[in-house]
Design a binder for this molecule. Sequence first.
Ligand code: SAH
Length: 225
Amino acid sequence: MVTEVGQGVSWTGYEFRRARMVERLRQMGITRTEVLSAMSAVPRHVFVEEALRSHAYDDMSLPLGLGQTISQPYTVAVMTQLLFARRAINPNLRILEIGTGCGYQTAVLQALGLREIYSIERLRPLHERAKQNLRAVRLLAHARLVCGDGYLGLPQEAPFDCIILTAAPKEVPLPLLQQLSIGGRMVLPLDEGGVQFLWVIDKTAEGYQETCVQQTLFVPLVNDK
Ligand code: SAH
């Protein structure tokens, strides 16, 4: 029996459930093969608390502690698919993620082969846990995790080709729009008076093109200002 990286639990049960999760995502309309492969490669159960591991491959969000949640697999898949919908997944694309949480979305981005990933989390215990989780699954090498206010982005590392927010602001943070490259894409949930919608924003030389995708549910993006 093969042992999971650093976790001392058997592969088989989780591997089976993960395969079923990926099949379900395919049936739900996730067609991009790279996204499905990346989600097949990341052991989601390592990212959730031990007591919840039996639910790690169910299509549900799960509590991370400190009032935060890990998004349901379908949401991760949809957002990842949207982020790269118009382009080849080139390893050199520069990616910024806001809201590292437990690091699962970051791991999926790395499993896509991306080598320039930055991820910001404002709560230090989660930032530390994400580092630990990513190290445990050997997916920390190309992710730079930062503890800070994601609302401000990382001006010193801009521009980014892709920006993904996994917490919902009430309006699109201006610094993040400024840090998006021309031809770049941002995927984010927006809280519009208590109802949230997933938006895609494309930045072109002429301006921004905004598309509303579907209703969604995320924890709020805290604006520390
Ligand atoms: N992508 C995560 C889900 C994270 S939940 C995962 O895969 O687990 C959203 C996260 O956004 C929470 O951890 C929350 O602390 C963080 N967050 C909220 N406001 C933030 C801000 N202004 N800057 C950085 N992180 C923020």
